[in-house]
Structure formats: structure tokens, C-alpha cells
Design a binder for this molecule. Structure first.
Ligand code: C2E
Ligand code: CA
Ligand code: CA
Length: 436
């Protein structure tokens, strides 16, 4: 009634007819089950008439935005979109388009509010054979999307894949890991491009699982991001890195400490205050802390993150764009939040001495970065040839296995104590590399 959209009954009927007689042979049907995140809270805060307004707005956006895909309202804040398609990518595009359209701010009673939604997707004929079962599968997948933090879509087939049980176990273990003291930081030194001195280090987290041994960050960071656990983990990383970074000044005055920030941390309303408190508590000078955010995140969330990033810069904290070159950002975009450092992704460094196109890309990146007074770090440098090419292009800092793998604190400390503070010879470097 509220939206003028057909209801659940219409949906079942429509889908059954569709199944009997698809518009074209070879078409599949995707059931996109959509539910607003925290709709109840909006209702409670702004009142039911505002809630109704929001539902009408969502209905409009859905019917206006998804071409040729019929929209149904199941009730409350639940909608279903039926998307005929040939390829799975088309479904992904539709889901992403819906999420984008619905993430536009809505004015409710004169107030701008941001609403997110979650989408679960099931596919006919792959996942189920009748309307009821497809709807249930899509509903399950929608819960999976919510559990991952909301504001995203999930396919039924992956939500219920075999690894779900494994994932759940890992999730439970991850939940206890921080309190159990199972995290450790390793530090990878960054060497000056011309003099080979250690000017900085990047803190990289390791999880020492009691049964499974070391679990690499690529396996648990995405999970921690989905569960939101990354916020407390990230705060621990920052405190620990600042504590050690400050302490190591004794052996290496001016040593820079780089720490990775996850997107979910930048969503945290009090992130800036927490970082400020950690600096105070540890005595770490702001100018010796560098926060790394990935280029991909930077482009996608510039507006959202801009305020926090600007405040960091005002505090004197340095900003680095990580994995640079993978996200197709422009230097013009970059100028809005002037970062201090670009870290060139290791996919461009690999075989730099042999791959001409990589070489010209890296050379151009370095030249442009320098004209904007940005420092450039070459990441993942593994061979002497790669190092020599980077040196020739004027790359400021080198980070990679060629010089050193990420090291436990004690080993880094030994390295810093032993390292000559002036320019060192190539033999020294060769030796140090061997040590690690
Ligand atoms: P990243 O920030 O790009 O970190 C660099 C990764 O490259 C590290 O992997 C490092 O060990 C690896 N690496 C360094 N030199 C070389 C090399 O010469 N060759 C190769 N093949 N690899 C090299 P790691 O420690 O496994 O970390 C992986 C990713 O996990 C990091 O990528 C970062 O995105 C994330 N991560 C690590 N620690 C943290 C953390 O404390 N917080 C957050 N949010 N993310 C973290
Ligand atoms: Ca990094
Ligand atoms: Ca990187």
C-alpha cells in the first residue's frame, strides 16, 4: 500500500511464470533480497512517519534505478529485485548499483541521514527450483551480508559454502586472540635509496595461533574487517608500534614508524581522538608516525575519510598511500589530501629491470610524485637489479626482501644497534640481508 509495489504473493506468481517461460532461452534469474541496515533504529529515532518516508524513498530508487528488473516489497523494510541475466557479473553489477543508489543520503524531517542496506542473492536454477526456496536462500545470504558488517551483498552459494564452518571457527579464535596476547608485530625496515641507511620501518601484524601456528594477515585481516574486530586490533597495533617506535629512537634517532590503517578504522567516529591519546600515552612524536591507507580505499572513500585524514595531517602525522599504482587514481585526486608518501605496489617493482612498460610507469610515477614533493617508497624489492633500477629513477626509500624481511622486534633492534649511522657499503647490506 505504502509504496504501490507488488507484494510477496505477486512475487511468487511472477517468478513461477518466469520459470515456466523465460523471456529468452538461456536466461537465469537472480533473486536479490534487500533489507535496510538498522531500520528499526531509524524508526525508533525519527518516528514511524519518517520510517515510512524512507521506505517510499527506497522504493522509488529501486524502481527507478534497476532497469527491466521488477521490484517487490515483501513487507517492512524488505524488498526483492528479480534480475534476469546471463552472466554472474551482471548480477554483481546490479547489486552494486542498488547499494550505490541506496547509499545516497536521504533527507528525513529536515535532517540528512545515511542509510545502508544488505543484499542476499540466490540464483535460479543453480540454488533452488521454486520461489519459496529461492527466497529463503536469498534471505540466508542477506543475513550473511549483515554479519559481515552490512552495506554489502552476499551470494547464497558462497554464504553456505563448506568453509563457513571453518570461518566460524577462525572467527571465534580471532575474537579471543587479542585478549590472549596472540598478536605480535614484526617490523620491516625501509632503507634510503641512495645511502642504504635504515630510515623507517613498517609494522606488520602476525597472529600466533596456539594450534595452527603463524596465520598470515591476508587470512585474518579481511575477517577482522568483516566482524569489526579490526578496530580493537588496529588500536593495539598502533599503540604497540608507537611504543616500540619511540623506544627505538635511542638507537636510531628520527626513525619513522609506519602503521597500516584499515578502512573500518577510518569509519570509527573517535579514531582521531584515539590516535591522539596513543601518541600522548607513548610519547611518540607525531612527525615520526606514518599512517598507511591503500590507494583503493582512498579513491573510493575520499569524502568519508577526508575529515579524519585532514586532522591527522594537522596533528603532524604523515600519510602514505599504500599499494599505489593498482587503483588508477589521479594525482589531481591525491592533491585534496596531500599525502607525504607514495608506496609503489610490488606488482610494478617485479622484474623492473626487464619489463620496459613497468619501468616507464615507475619512472613516470616517481617523477610526478617528486614534482608534488612526495616521498616514494618502492615496495617488495627482491633483487639487486630491481634496486638498481629504482635507484636510477631516484626512488627515495626501498622496502623488500632484498634488504630484509619483516623482523621480530629483537632482531630489528640488533640491526639498528649494529647499523652504522653513516652510509654503509654494499657488503654491509649483503651481510645484513643474510642475517635476516
Ligand atoms: P602491505 O601493507 O602491502 O604490506 C607489505 C607486505 O608485503 C607484507 O606482507 C610484507 O611482508 C610483504 N613484503 C615485503 N617485502 C616483500 C618482498 O620483497 N617480496 C614479497 N613477495 N613480499 C614482500 P604481510 O606482512 O603478509 O602483510 C600483508 C598485508 O596485510 C599488508 O600488506 C597489509 O595490507 C595487511 N596488514 C599487515 N599488518 C597489518 C596491520 O597491522 N593492520 C592492517 N590493517 N593491515 C595489516
Ligand atoms: Ca602497508
Ligand atoms: Ca603495500
Amino acid at each position: 500500500m505504502l509504496t504501490g509495489l507488488p507484494n510477496r504473493l505477486h512475487f511468487s506468481k511472477y517468478l513461477s511464470e518466469w520459470m515456466e517461460q523465460p523471456a529468452e532461452p538461456g536466461l537465469s534469474a537472480a533473486v536479490l533480497f534487500l533489507d535496510l541496515d538498522r531500520f528499526k533504529q531509524i524508526n525508533d529515532t525519527f518516528g514511524h512517519s519518517a520510517g515510512d518516508e524512507l521506505i517510499i524513498d527506497v522504493a522509488k530508487k529501486l524502481s527507478g534505478g534497476v532497469r527491466y528488473a521488477p521490484v517487490f516489497r515483501l513487507g517492512g523494510d524488505e524488498f526483492v529485485v528479480l534480475a534476469s541475466h546471463r552472466r554472474r557479473e551482471e548480477v554483481v553489477e546490479t547489486a552494486e548499483a542498488i547499494l550505490a543508489a541506496l547509499s545516497e543520503p536521504v533527507i528525513l524531517q529536515g535532517q540528512e541521514i545515511f542509510v545502508r542496506s544488505s543484499i542476499g542473492i540466490s540464483i535460479f536454477p543453480g540454488d533452488a527450483q521454486d520461489a519459496e526456496a529461492l527466497l529463503k536462500n536469498a534471505d540466508d545470504a542477506m543475513y550473511e551480508a549483515k554479519e559481515r558488517g552490512g552495506g554489502q551483498y552476499a551470494f547464497y552459494s558462497e554464504a553456505t559454502s563448506e568453509s563457513a564452518a571453518e570461518r566460524l571457527q577462525l572467527e571465534q579464535a580471532l575474537h579471543r586472540a587479542l585478549a590472549a596476547g596472540e598478536f605480535e608485530l614484526f617490523y620491516q625496515p625501509q632503507y634510503g635509496g641512495t645511502d642504504g641507511r635504515i630510515n623507517g620501518m613498517e609494522a606488520l601484524i602476525r597472529w600466533k595461533h596456539p594450534a595452527e601456528g603463524y596465520i598470515p594477515p591476508v587470512r585474518f585481516i579481511p575477517l577482522a574487517e568483516q566482524t569489526g574486530e579490526i578496530r580493537s586490533i588496529g588500536e593495539w597495533v598502533l599503540r604497540e608500534a608507537c611504543l616500540q617506535g619511540k623506544r627505538l629512537q635511542e638507537h636510531a634517532p628520527g626513525l619513522l614508524t609506519a602503521v597500516n590503517l584499515s578502512p573500518r578504522q577510518l569509519d570509527q567516529p573517535d579514531l582521531v581522538e584515539r590516535v591522539r591519546a596513543i601518541l600522548q600515552e607513548t610519547g611518540m612524536p607525531a612527525g615520526l608516525l606514518e599512517l598507511e591507507i591503500t590507494e583503493e580505499f582512498f579513491i573510493r572513500n575520499q569524502d568519508k575519510a577526508e575529515a579524519a585524514l585532514r586532522q591527522f595531517k594537522e596533528m603532524g602525522i604523515r600519510l602514505a598511500i599504500d599499494d599505489f599504482g593498482t587503483g588508477y587514481s589521479s594525482f589531481a585526486q591525491m592533491k585534496r589530501i596531500m599525502p607525504d608518501t607514495l608506496k609503489i605496489d610490488r606488482s610494478f617493482i617485479r622484474g623492473l629491470d626487464q619489463d620496459e612498460s613497468n619501468a616507464s610507469i615507475v619512472q613516470a610515477l616517481i617523477t610526478m610524485a617528486h614534482s608534488l614533493k612526495l616521498k616514494v617508497v618502492g615496495e617488495g624489492v627482491e633483487t639487486e637489479e630491481e634496486l638498481l633500477s629504482l635507484r636510477r629513477f631516484g626512488c627515495d626509500e626501498i622496502q623488500g626482501y632484498y634488504y630484509s624481511k619483516p623482523l621480530p622486534l629483537a632482531e630489528l633492534e640488533a640491526l639498528l644497534k649494529g647499523a652504522p649511522s653513516a652510509a654503509s657499503s654494499d657488503e654491509d647490506r649483503e651481510e645484513r640481508r643474510g642475517d635476516s
